[in-house]
Design a protein around this ligand. Structure first.
Ligand SMILES: NC(=O)c1ccc[n+]([C@@H]2O[C@H](COP(=O)([O-])OP(=O)(O)OC[C@H]3O[C@@H](n4cnc5c(N)ncnc54)[C@H](OP(=O)(O)O)[C@@H]3O)[C@@H](O)[C@H]2O)c1
Length: 352
């Protein structure tokens, strides 16, 4: 691929965030796009997929060896682990291996974009200061997003390229086999409630039902990420990116129920990981009966992430005005985003 267009390397191209980045970059026709993941993917006219295990430094160096034309790296890979401390080594290693491999060969490298999240504000630990701002003071490690940012900041000193770090709320998008996918797990939970003739009950902590939350649409996030990577004023800056509205489950849950044609019953705290563990045979039967696409139950149901998100009995939102001050003005209505994603999952025959 020799071209005068900027060349994007999307790292984590099969993810809920990376997949939308690939779509956004190729939709404009302004970029040559390459995607990296372990799964790889079918090449298309505008995208070349490379299958590589980024945890393996040698594999990364050899598989990325020909990518000397890369100008922009969009890093959105993620390795899940059971504890906050265990997340650090693999996620830092993957980023380091990519930067080591690309920086040494891509002499036209202009930008490295890092996908982060509200964990930089301690949102995963408990009630934190809201709205969280990019200027908020740091908190006690371990936290992998912070280590990744510190690595990039150090690496960039004296270099011709610059970086940006993007901090979305919970992301709304469609992807298969990813550990954090709220829209999909709600859709599958509601579909199973319907199949069992049950009302839709909020399964989270009692205090989580009426707290203020926000989400980030994956397509809006992709546009914001490309904007920050190409707007000179955003060099070496961090940005919260969210839909721009707030919601409470108490308001949204009944509307989700209405979408699925379900009654709402009062919340009942339960571990989705526990109560949905035996529903795989039911899902297989539903797949047959409703002629759904043949995705594995595990690929559409990140129950552990549901348990995490629905346990937030404290407000969870950040100030998104810095991105607006720097020039990104888009917003998305969260309810419309969720219902639109459910429509799309139906169209793709992921849910009935
Ligand atoms: N999802 C959310 O709601 C959310 C919200 C806020 C922030 N974030 C942050 O955004 C970042 C991306 O999250 P995500 O939810 O988009 O993750 P994701 O859907 O799980 O995607 C991760 C990507 O990384 C690839 N990958 C994982 N291990 C790899 C390896 N060893 N070698 C090569 N590729 C590998 C995966 O593809 P393969 O499996 O094929 O390798 C996939 O393409 C994370 O830092 C996350 O904390 C996510």
């Amino acid at each position: 691929m020799r071209t005068s267009k900027p060349v994007a390397l999307v790292v984590g191209a099969q993810g809920v965030i990376g997949g939308n980045l690939v779509t956004q970059l190729q939709s404009t026709g302004d970029w040559d796009v390459m995607g990296v993941s372990r799964r790889g993917g079918d090449p298309s006219e505008r995208v070349r997929h490379i299958a590589v295990d980024l945890l393996d430094a040698d594999d990364t160096r050899s598989k990325l060896a020909g990518l000397d034309q890369v100008t922009h790296v969009f890093y959105a890979a993620y390795q899940d682990r059971p504890t906050w401390a265990e997340l650090v080594p693999p996620n830092l290693a993957m980023l380091t291996n990519v930067v080591d491999a690309i920086e040494s060969i891509a002499h036209g490298l202009r930008h490295i974009s890092l996908m982060q999240g509200y964990k930089v504000y301690g949102a995963h630990l408990g009630p934190f200061k809201t709205p969280a701002r990019e200027t908020d003071p740091p908190h006690m490690p371990p936290e992998f997003n912070v280590d990744q940012q510190q690595f990039l900041e150090q690496r960039q000193i004296g270099k011709a390229w610059n970086w940006s770090a993007i901090r979305p709320a919970v992301v709304g998008g469609i992807a298969l086999g990813n550990p954090m996918n709220l829209a999909m797990l709600i859709a599958v939970y509601a579909s199973i409630c319907k199949e069992l003739n049950l009302p839709l009950r909020f399964p989270g902590k009692p205090g989580a039902y009426d707290k203020l939350l926000e989400m980030t649409d994956a397509a809006l996030l992709a546009r914001a990420t490309v904007w920050a990577a190409t707007e000179p004023r955003c060099a070496n800056q961090t940005f919260n990116i969210n839909n721009g509205d707030l919601f409470r489950w108490s308001e949204l849950w009944p509307r989700i129920a209405r979408y699925f044609d379900l009654d709402v019953a009062p919340p009942l705290p339960m571990s989705l990981s526990a109560v949905m563990a035996d529903k795989e045979p039911l899902w297989k039967a539903m797949r047959e009966r409703h002629r759904l696409a043949p995705h594995a139950y595990s690929a559409v149901s990140s129950w552990g992430f549901g348990d995490f998100v629905f346990s937030w009995d404290y407000d969870l939102f950040a100030d998104g005005s810095k991105a607006r001050r720097y020039g990104f003005h888009e917003f998305v209505e969260t309810e419309a985003m969720l219902l639109g994603l459910f429509d799309e999952m139906r169209r793709l025959r992921i849910i009935p």
